[in-house]
Design a binder for this molecule. Structure first.
Ligand SMILES: Cc1cc2nc3c(=O)[nH]c(=O)nc-3n(C[C@H](O)[C@H](O)[C@H](O)COP(=O)(O)OP(=O)(O)OC[C@H]3O[C@@H](n4cnc5c(N)ncnc54)[C@H](O)[C@@H]3O)c2cc1C
Length: 445
């Protein structure tokens, strides 16, 4: 491949902060609020014009439960967001609906009250470091290319962009490099709720009557996307009268850190959504007058880089329900590994893993050690959210939004504590961190 050298140039240092949170998805929201509320001068940098990440930008229509059985295991800031939205507490396998616009606005208000400074429409494109310390991030926005300085950084980009730019080690995909498929979620309005509800099974959203209807049309011209096997996954959520969110279909072989893959997949996603609505208007009860409102402007990416941390959470830990002394969050969401190929066999295997093989019994949970947030060899950088250090299989459990908010919350607090003491993250007083998290009403045991 041809290369060209970019001439070096002086960059303006556009701001200096205690804590710089990179990315404003669920993890970034938790991190920024927690850091600012604990006294740190905090900046959150986000490439889009709103917060919420996959939830709002990719239109993922529902928060995972706060606990699969019993009272919420994920509390703290996540519970606060659910309460503000008035959508239930996510206990006992309930899936709170994530209306994108209401969520964006609710989170804006939380940020304002906490005093978090936000830089939207700003993409992080590089870092400047000395040895094991990150000194600046380089950003690009309408004001040009600039540097931002901070004492501590939290990578909440989902893709571990900042960790990767800093030279931290990471894994990506299975032995062949394959990753879970992407989905491009979308919203639909004009649905006759009563007719639609009547055909949905209440108890198992992954085995819907709707999929059966589609299966019966396999290979027929009415559903042109069927032969590719991309239709099999379907999860829908009602926001309000006639207005629903759909997490439908799979787009395979997408590397969410590859611009060409993302571009092709975005077009594929729109094709799937438009095919779906055309089909649904003819075949699904209640859809006669339904219309597509929006397709996620960000692609729904389940898996990319996973950092190599001071500790890597393993499937063995998940199975043993290991309780770590430096646990900063607990959860019982099962391994939700979407298949990497289109075959029905692969779909059934992943469906069975989610609904049977890896389920925890009521009252059981696994824990997340703080060390899984510390990229190896870095002094002042943490990662939170879907890129924390774990096996691929375990990441398929830890990647859901409630736990991303919780790891963000712990990271933000750890950073605010470090600002006061000047310590490396590896030297964090995790006993104190846990005590303070409990005071913030998070659950750590
Ligand atoms: C199709 C799909 C369905 C899902 N279903 C559910 C579900 O039902 N319930 C559930 O709880 N979870 C679900 N998940 C998982 C969940 O949505 C994500 O794993 C979670 O949002 C990850 O949170 P995060 O904060 O780590 O990253 P993200 O949500 O990806 O947020 C990262 C943020 O960083 C920003 N960013 C990235 N790179 C840069 C950069 N270089 N510069 C500046 N900003 C940057 C992005 O714009 C984004 O706002 C689903 C995921 C997908 C893809």
């Amino acid at each position: 491949m041809a290369h060209i050298n970019e001439p070096a140039k002086k960059l303006r240092i556009a701001g200096k902060y205690d804590v710089l949170v990179c990315g404003g998805g669920p993890a970034g929201i938790g991190a920024a609020l927690s850091a600012a509320r604990n006294g740190a001068k905090t900046l959150l940098v986000e490439q889009s014009g709103f917060l919420g990440g996959m939830g709002t930008g990719a239109l993922v229509p529902t928060f995972a439960p706060s606990a699969m059985s019993g009272a919420p295991l994920i509390k703290g800031i996540h519970a606060e967001i659910l309460a503000l939205l008035g959508i239930g507490d996510g206990s006992n396998d309930t899936w709170p609906p994530l209306d994108p616009e209401k969520t964006k606005y609710a989170v804006d208000r939380l940020m304002k009250t906490a005093g978090v400074e936000i830089l939207f429409f700003t993409r992080i494109s590089g870092v400047i470091k000395t040895g094991r310390r990150l000194e600046h991030i380089i950003v690009e926005n309408k004001s040009g290319r600039q540097a931002l300085k901070a004492k501590y950084f939290i990578d909440c980009t989902g893709d571990a962009d900042v960790a990767a730019m800093s030279g931290a080690s990471f894994k990506k995909g299975d032995r062949k490099g394959a990753m879970q498929p992407a989905s491009n979620c979308f919203t639909v309005a004009g649905i006759d709720d009563e007719k639609f509800e009547a055909i949905r099974k209440k108890d198992n959203s992954h085995d819907l009557k709707l999929s059966d209807i589609m299966r019966s049309d396999e290979g027929k011209a009415i559903l042109p996307i069927i032969p590719s096997g991309e239709y099999r996954f379907l999860l829908e959520t009602k926001f309000e009268k006639g207005y629903w969110g759909f997490n439908f279909g799979h787009i395979f072989n997408v590397d969410g850190t590859d611009a060409k893959d993302l571009s092709a997949a975005a077009q594929k996603g729109r094709e799937i959504a438009n095919n779906f609505i055309a089909y649904a208007r003819k075949k699904f009860p209640g859809f006669k007058n339904a219309f597509l409102v929006s397709v996620g402007q960000a692609l729904g990416i389940r898996e990319t880089r996973i950092i190599e941390g001071e500790y890597t959470l393993t499937v063995a830990d998940y199975i043993k329900r290991t309780k770590f002394p430096d646990s900063i969050a607990v959860y019982d969401y099962p391994i939700d590994m979407h298949q990497t190929d289109k075959s029905l066999k692969a779909f059934n295997k992943s469906h069975k893993a989610f609904t049977q093989d890896f389920l925890l019994s009521p009252g059981e949970y696994y824990s997340i050690p703080f060390r899984a947030l510390i990229p190896k060899g870095k002094d002042n950088l943490l990662a939170a959210g879907r890129s924390i250090s774990c096996d691929r299989q375990v990441q398929a459990a830890t990647r859901v939004m409630p736990l991303c908010v919780a790891t963000g919350e712990a990271a933000g607090l750890a950073a605010a504590m470090a600002v006061k003491k000047g310590n490396r993250f590896r030297d964090t007083d995790t006993k104190l961190l846990r005590e303070k998290l409990i005071k913030q009403s998070a659950r750590v045991d």
